[in-house]
Write a protein that binds this ligand. Structure first.
Ligand code: C5P
Length: 296
């Protein structure tokens, strides 16, 4: 018997970042939107914990105990005093180290797959707490749809969202999230960093499904840091807007860039222009919102 869980990627339509806290993390006002790009995690009984991965970027995925899927199985098993005797297979479509919560998706997916395989029926609140232990973005991968994350991003409040169309440009090579936050600290040193707050105009645009209104409010405080570490991303952003995107921004800590488009035809045109430009490795088109982690 095996259990497969499908988990979405995310884009942050607003990522407001506060000053570094004493614990090194940053308080956020983080508006997450799940998009229709998915990883699938399959849990099968095995002698001992083992992770395998397939997909175009599989060679970039660590298969040791640093993999969030492996850590999720260990954490859940330890909580219940059992052995994590499971083979986790990840079918990966979400860009690796791309700022789209691909690792977090695999953590949430493995948690739900193991919980189902082992018949544990862990209450939802407890699953969310385990997700938060695994990483700041992991709870959102479990719930999906659209939500405001506060604290380090792990305290979630669902927000209503209409349908939107997106193009994502996948860069060559990933960016380390801690490195991008460190660059944010360096760039903001000596300035008064405001307390992060969700933008009411952005939440209204999200609710109404009005892409032009949402385009005017998209904001990512990590974008200057990501551009500082990867200046070429400016060319990718400019290429997508010139080809008809309503707005462009770095997804989370990057280096994936996100392009909000009005309709599927414009999505195809923007994706074609990005691929032809040589300013990215590949593109994906997707819609939002997408449901959270679910057994298939
Ligand atoms: O929580 P997670 O393990 O995904 O975070 C990875 C790194 O990103 C943290 O070690 C920290 O450097 C940075 N981070 C942060 N503030 C947050 C979330 C993440 O500084 N709210």
């Amino acid at each position: 018997m095996s259990v497969t869980v499908r988990v979405p990627a995310k884009v942050n339509v607003q990522l407001a970042v506060g000053a570094a806290r004493p614990d090194g993390f940053h308080d956020l006002a983080n508006v997450f939107l799940a998009v229709s790009l998915h990883d699938e995690v399959t849990a099968t009984p095995a002698e001992e914990l083992r992770v395998t991965c397939e997909g175009p970027d599989a060679d970039q995925v660590p298969l040791d105990r640093t993999n969030l899927a492996a850590r999720a199985a260990e954490l859940l098993a330890a909580r219940h005093g059992i052995e994590p005797a499971v083979h986790l297979h990840i079918d990966k479509a979400i860009p690796v180290a791309g700022g789209m919560a691909g690792g977090s998706a695999d953590g949430a997916g493995a948690l739900l797959a193991c919980d189902t395989l082992w018949g544990l029926n862990t209450p939802r609140e407890e699953l969310l707490a385990l997700c938060a232990e695994l990483g700041s973005d992991v709870p959102f991968s479990l719930v999906g749809a659209a939500a405001l994350g506060t604290g380090r991003g792990e305290h979630l409040t669902p927000v209503p969202a209409g349908t939107f169309h997106w193009v994502f440009a996948v860069a060559d090579g990933g960016l380390s999230t801690p490195a991008v936050f460190r660059e944010f600290d360096r760039l903001t040193a000596g300035t008064a960093v405001p307390v992060p707050q969700a933008d009411p105009a952005l939440l209204a645009a999200l609710r109404s499904g009005d892409a032009e209104a949402l385009a005017k409010t998209l904001a990512n405080d990590l974008q200057p840091a990501a551009l500082s570490l990867r200046p070429q991303l400016a060319d990718t952003l400019a290429t997508g807007t010139a080809a008809g995107a309503l707005a462009a921004l770095v997804s989370g800590s990057g280096p994936t860039t996100a392009f909000l488009v009005p309709d599927p035809a414009t999505a195809a045109a923007v994706a074609a222009a990005l691929e032809a430009s040589g300013t990215c490795r590949t593109t994906r088109t997707a819609t939002s919102p997408a449901p959270g982690a679910a057994v298939v």
